[in-house]
Design a protein around this ligand. Structure first.
Ligand SMILES: NC(=O)C1=CN([C@@H]2O[C@H](COP(=O)(O)OP(=O)(O)OC[C@H]3O[C@@H](n4cnc5c(N)ncnc54)[C@H](OP(=O)(O)O)[C@@H]3O)[C@@H](O)[C@H]2O)C=CC1
Ligand SMILES: N[C@@H](CC=O)C(=O)O
Ligand code: NA
Length: 430
């Protein structure tokens, strides 16, 4: 009889279906590459009666986790349920029973990585999570293995497919926020709760994972400064265009001598920046290493098959480690304890949109406040708005964020300023 490694699959939604399809369609290739066949023995779902659009063997579906964790034949558990619980309990149970785990779950890895790695190490199992960041792009393995000889100084990029799809449609076609979010959901890009995407939390989890690996220090999720795209208006998109920029939601991590900067926010980047051309649900991650220099990784960051591509490669690695008896060979790489800097210490340029009274002297009074806080202005556009108000759009030179925040506190007190309508960081230019 053909020798196989048996797998328990937790979840048969967008990603789970992709994993099932790749393992079936590329079965022979995979067997040759690993040196042994891979077979899904059980699949856990919530609803046994749902139409899956797959021809599944009789009795393969279950709603009982013990059919998987208690089965000694199952050597690899693949978790693609999503969310923290019950996924965390199931994964810990699998590890404690000596099964290697592959997961796409950034929520769980970002928040409970330490506990999971400890369980994997104690039980000498693999815990692999390539699909958790930037979907199909091989970035976790790249940081842990291919660039292991470097000191990594910066990792940043577009790491949420849903918001990149939305911003692309809003910029290129003037689409409405709600409509494009629905489209992204229909395409299987969005999280079960899309607030995680549009609120920036999904990208925050991913940049926390990337920064932890890149800088060998654990980045607590609560210390990742996070802003989403819900406050981006059509006006901001138009002004960005007029000023020569495009808006992208970026995850940014920098290893500075004083500590680590880790943040997620919408960002103005120049139209000729390589990230500006990354559209739809594509992701791209820049990595700067002290030996390799600048590298960029580009591909599909979400969706059924691209995400499943990363999951299947992890399953194959776990299987190889099992047949060679070396599971857990590459474990946790957080051996430093670096401080995470408060966002006020960020160095950036800023786009600031103000609604002001349309009368002489207003610009001068605002410029004076910025000057007092050592914020120098690079460009100013004034647009007539309605009636007695005007819109003032300012771009600063590179300054410390705290100085901008302090200046804005004072500017809000000026009687001629009706509203600080938006503030967006500008990156990617000298
Ligand atoms: N979609 C994407 O593009 C990407 C997703 N990911 C991550 O992959 C994971 C899965 O995402 P996705 O496939 O989109 O999610 P879906 O919501 O499409 O699928 C979730 C699956 O898990 C099952 N499930 C959920 N909760 C339970 C439970 N308590 N008990 C049993 N079964 C359960 C569901 O069962 P049923 O079908 O019966 O409802 C469903 O089959 C998430 O962690 C996500 O963040 C990562 C990268 C990209
Ligand atoms: N919701 C996520 C899915 C992949 O991680 C995204 O849009 O990037
Ligand atoms: Na990936």
């Amino acid at each position: 009889m053909e020798q196989v490694i048996k797998i328990g699959l937790l979840g048969l939604g967008t990603v789970g279906r992709g994993v099932y399809r790749i393992l079936a369609e590329n079965r022979e290739n995979i067997r040759q590459r690993v040196g042994i066949g891979l077979e899904i023995k059980k699949i856990m779902v919530r609803n046994l009666d749902k139409d899956r659009g797959l021809s599944l063997p009789e009795g393969i579906l279950t709603t009982n986790i013990q059919d998987i964790t208690n089965d000694p034949e199952i050597k690899i558990v693949v978790e693609v349920l999503g969310g923290i619980q019950p996924a965390l309990d199931y994964v810990l149970e699998a590890l404690n029973r000596g099964k290697s785990v592959v997961t796409a779950n950034k929520d769980m890895v970002a928040e409970h990585g330490q506990r999971l790695f400890k369980a994997a190490q104690t039980n000498q199992c693999d815990l692999l999570f390539e699909a958790s960041v930037a979907g199909g792009i091989p970035i976790i393995r790249t940081l842990k293995q291919s660039l292991a000889g470097n000191r990594i100084d910066e990792v940043f990029g577009i790491i949420n497919g849903t918001t990149n799809y939305m911003l692309t449609k809003m910029t290129q076609e003037g689409c409405d926020f709600k409509d494009v979010l629905q489209e992204a959901q229909a395409k299987g890009y969005a999280e079960a709760d899309p607030t995680a995407d549009v609120g920036g939390f999904d990208a925050a989890r991913k940049i926390a994972i990337l920064a932890s690996i890149a800088f060998n220090t654990r980045i607590p999720l609560q210390q990742v400064y996070t802003e989403g795209i819900t406050h981006i208006t059509p006006q901001d998109i138009l002004y960005a265009n007029e000023l020569g920029y495009i808006i992208k939601l970026l995850g940014i991590a920098k290893n500075r001598p004083e500590g680590v900067e880790v943040r997620v926010h919408p960002t103005f980047i120049p139209k000729d920046h390589p990230l500006a051309a990354v559209g739809d649900a594509f992701n791209a991650v820049f990595v700067r290493g002290n030996a390799v220099g600048d590298t960029m990784f580009y591909g599909r960051g979400a969706g059924e098959l691209p995400t499943a591509s990363a999951v299947v490669a992890d399953i194959m690695d776990a299987a190889r480690d099992i047949i060679r008896n070396v599971p857990g060979i590459i474990g946790c790489t957080c051996f430093k304890q670096l401080p995470v800097l408060p966002v006020g210490e960020t160095l950036s340029k800023y786009y600031i949109r103000l609604r002001v009274a349309d009368k002489p002297g207003v610009l001068a009074s605002i410029a004076l406040v910025f000057g007092n806080k050592e914020v120098s202005l690079k460009s100013v556009i004034q647009k007539e708005a309605t009636g007695k108000t005007a819109e003032l759009v300012l771009v600063t030179h590179r300054v410390q964020e705290q100085n901008v925040q302090d200046a804005l506190m004072d500017i809000k007190q000026l009687s001629s300023v009706m509203e600080v309508a938006n503030v967006i960081r500008v990156e990617g230019e000298e």
